[in-house]
Design a protein around this ligand. Structure first.
Ligand SMILES: NC(=O)C1=CN([C@@H]2O[C@H](COP(=O)(O)OP(=O)(O)OC[C@H]3O[C@@H](n4cnc5c(N)ncnc54)[C@H](OP(=O)(O)O)[C@@H]3O)[C@@H](O)[C@H]2O)C=CC1
Ligand SMILES: CC[C@](O)(C(C)=O)C(=O)O
Ligand SMILES: [Mg+2]
Ligand SMILES: [Mg+2]
Length: 341
């Protein structure tokens, strides 16, 4: 069984007295910067002028250009969008990476697929939270944490493992569990999870359920509550007690329906498609497609995004959430901190 590190297993001192440049202040960036600061570490935020810059300043950070922040820091954590990392790394981060410094990532995509090639004389590690950045911050503030993976690619100083663990502890992951991985494993499992289960699998399942009900003549509002809104309540039970915890709370009728109908919807055929998705990730086919899509200004991404935003489930959902102010409040907060348009 893999070793899981918790706060008491981690010596945080290795990060004391070392300045961390958090490059990017979006979903992950704002959470890392604020959690590290609250954990007593010295943070400088590296950005370009714009929305995130203003937000980081108003949150009380010392904010510098990416180049300045990378030059003055001992540890540089790259929390830019994956597609921007190669260019910004080459032009603004690499020049500041003097021997013995540490370069860090929250996802291994660019290193694993050779879009960023770090110099040989710096430590290179990843600390990849297994959850959205806004939850990395929100759970930290509530005294909890999001688990994280850590992995070391280069250990020049001999301290890279301890540094990665201390960093993970600093952002609150030591409260939930820190697991050792490699850049390859983190990259491939993360891409698979978000494509087949957490984002792609889930949104396709929800939309298919919604469409099945509405096409059969049921009210869209009823279909929205049934297939999307209630999902959070069901998943919260799985988060707390696994599948059996969820099944304990639902009716026996629901559990019987789960047993007999679940495998009719998600079956061996679905699993075969999942294997194809995984193969495309492992072979680099997915990465190549995503890199090309960005090089051509995202024609398919933008068209699909527009179409998805206009889907009936989104239109109905927006109206229903307006009537639930307790949800709207959280959404507004997230948009302010997201760093995304
Ligand atoms: N989102 C998540 O929860 C997770 C993300 N990750 C990884 O974390 C990394 C960051 O992702 P995420 O937090 O989603 O990113 P976001 O898109 O939320 O934030 C990106 C940040 O980078 C800034 N930025 C963008 N382009 C530039 C540039 N050219 N120069 C300087 N700053 C720039 C943006 O500022 P501006 O306002 O100026 O645009 C913004 O602050 C990625 O590697 C991702 O895979 C890992 C785990 C989960
Ligand atoms: C599930 C999506 C994710 O991998 C994440 C929040 O962990 C991401 O890249 O945003
Ligand atoms: Mg992830
Ligand atoms: Mg991801």
């Amino acid at each position: 069984m893999v070793k899981v590190y918790y706060n008491d297993d981690v010596k945080g001192e290795v990060l004391q007295g070392r300045k961390v440049a958090v490059v990017g202040y979006g979903s992950q960036g704002h959470a890392h910067a604020q959690n590290l600061r609250d954990s007593g570490h010295e943070v400088v935020v590296g950005l370009r002028k714009g929305k995130s810059w203003d937000q980081a300043v108003s949150d009380g950070f010392s904010v510098k250009t990416v180049r300045e922040a990378s030059e003055e820091a001992d540890v540089v954590m790259v929390l830019l969008p994956d597609e921007w990392q190669p260019t910004v790394y080459k032009n603004e981060i690499e020049p500041g990476l003097t021997p013995g410094k540490a370069l860090a990532f929250a996802h291994g995509f660019n290193v694993h697929f050779h879009q960023v090639v770090p110099p040989k004389d710096v430590d290179v590690f990843l600390v990849a939270p297994k959850g959205p950045g806004h939850l990395v911050r929100r759970t930290f503030e509530s005294g909890a944490g999001v688990p994280a993976l850590f992995g070391v690619l280069q250990n020049v100083t001999g301290e890279a493992d301890n540094l990665a663990l201390a960093y993970a502890k600093g952002i609150g992951a030591g409260r939930a569990g820190i697991l050792e991985t490699t850049f390859q494993e983190e990259t491939e499992t993360d891409l698979f999870g978000e494509q087949a289960v957490l984002c792609g699998g889930l949104t396709s399942l929800v939309k298919a359920g919604f469409e099945t009900l509405t096409e059969a003549g049921y009210q869209p509002e009823v279909a929205y509550f049934e297939c999307l809104h209630e999902l959070k309540l069901i998943v919260d039970l799985m988060y707390e007690g696994g599948i059996e915890g969820m099944r304990y709370s639902v009716s026996d009728t629901a559990q019987w329906g789960d047993f007999v109908s679940g495998p009719r919807v998600v079956n061996e055929e679905t699993k075969a498609r999942m294997k194809e998705v995984l193969e495309d990730i492992q072979s680099g086919k997915f990465a190549k497609g995503w890199i090309l899509e960005n090089q051509t200004n995202r024609p398919e991404y933008n068209a699909t995004n527009k179409r998805e935003q206009d889907h009936q489930i989104e239109v109905v959902g927006r109206k229903l959430r307006e009537l639930m102010p307790f949800i709207k409040k959280d959404e507004k907060k997230e948009v302010v901190f997201s760093g995304k348009d």
